[in-house]
Design a protein around this ligand. Structure first.
Ligand SMILES: Cc1ncc(C[n+]2csc(CCOP(=O)(O)OP(=O)(O)O)c2C)c(N)n1
Ligand code: SF4
Length: 343
């Protein structure tokens, strides 16, 4: 008789490891760690079925602090390791933690491919617009004019938007959050987990030492209401202190514009309703930047298709059905034209 042991009820504390956390005091990474640990019990998985995979960077120290399985791998290569882990054991819940340097400089190529393949993993990209671990050099997401040890006169290259990159690479789940939003982040992580396929979550993370307050233009309390829009599927795209500012398609164009309900004949019916299955809308929302537009936070895009693993395993089953190997792999290796090498 099979006896099923009910899952032990776990708490966020059960997911905290015994390792000393070595981020700088006040680093945004602490809040993200807390949000991830908060959400873990809600996955209802035994701890041994959860794996955190990271590359190199302050953010990539994450697996040490989780009491789960984990890999602290090579710079930029977490997506390759995570793909292997997930394919080898599809029952595992695989989470990739990366930074804007790890994921978009040296690892840009790898991130691109895990997204386009749609491997069923959750990818959390901590964007602090700087290389924290190596003492503050500019990164691919640093804004023009960023002064750093590697750009002492200010950077001159155009920054990359992680969210737009992910959309362009073919990601089917894209969300954005802010390190301090401890109520919202767990919901985003649960949504990412529920999505079958690659889920990409960009988290704006404050590096208090090398890039402090770089997101203040939309996170500071004095401007947050007017410079953030929290998008919810099926709800009008409204924001602002009194919820009267909104987004609509600018008449005669393909662009969005910010309007105010009750002004210039604008009514609530004129405001766009968020449709998270629309790639076109996701593209428009992802491209918005303060001060002219609010920063879009929440699930921007969710439109699932079959993940990579499904197709890989289907091919394996089809190949086995076409050419069964009765004696297993050993017999198969000894069929056909083979040699014996002797010394
Ligand atoms: C092959 C290789 N090249 C360069 C480095 C140096 N290095 C370590 S972490 C890092 C950038 C980390 O930046 P990011 O991913 O944004 O993480 P953060 O520290 O800001 O969390 C670099 C360039 C390295 N460790 N290995
Ligand atoms: S250097 Fe920046 S990102 Fe790294 S731990 Fe310190 S505050 Fe955090």
């Amino acid at each position: 008789m099979n006896v099923t042991t009910p899952l032990e009820k776990l708490t966020p504390k059960d997911f905290a490891s015994d390792q000393e956390v070595r981020w700088c005091p006040g680093c945004g990474d602490y809040a993200i760690l807390k949000a991830v640990q908060k959400v873990m019990p809600e996955l209802n998985l035994p701890k041994e079925n959860i794996v955190f995979v990271s590359g190199i960077g302050c953010s990539s120290r994450f697996p040490y602090y989780m009491s789960t399985y984990g890999f602290h791998t090579i710079h930029g290569r977490a997506p390759a390791f995570a793909t292997g882990v997930k394919l080898a054991n599809p029952d595992l819940s695989v989470w990739v933690v990366t930074g804007d340097g790890d994921g978009l400089s040296i690892g840009g190529n790898h991130l691109l491919h895990i997204l386009r393949r749609n491997v069923d993993v959750q990818i959390l990209l901590f964007n602090n617009e700087i290389y924290g671990l190596t003492k503050g050099q500019y990164s691919p997401t640093s804004r023009i004019g960023t002064r750093s040890p590697s750009t002492p006169s200010g950077s001159v290259d155009y920054p990359l938007s992680p969210t737009e990159f992910a959309l362009g690479a073919g990601a089917r789940f894209i969300a954005r959050g802010i390190d301090t939003q401890l109520k919202l982040l767990p919901d985003l992580f649960l949504r990412a987990y529920a999505h079958r396929g690659a889920s990409f979550v960009e988290i704006f993370q404050n590096c208090i030492v090398y890039n402090d307050n770089v997101f203040a233009d939309f996170t500071d309390k004095t401007v947050a209401d007017d410079h953030q829009i929290h998008v919810t599927h099926g709800k009008p795209l409204l924001f602002g202190k009194d919820g009267k500012r909104g987004l609509r398609v600018k008449p005669g164009s393909f662009d969005l514009e910010v309007v105010t309900v009750g002004e210039n004949g604008i009514a609530e019916k004129d405001i766009l309703v968020h449709d998270e299955t629309s790639r076109t809308l996701a593209q428009l929302l992802a491209a918005m930047r303060p001060p002219n537009f609010p920063m879009a936070i929440g699930v921007l895009y969710c439109n699932p298709v079959a993940p990579y693993g499904d197709r890989v395993y289907q091919q394996i089953e089809e190949a086995k059905a076409k050419a069964p190997a009765p004696g297993g792999l050993n017999a198969l290796l000894r069929t056909g034209h083979t040699w014996q090498v002797s010394d």
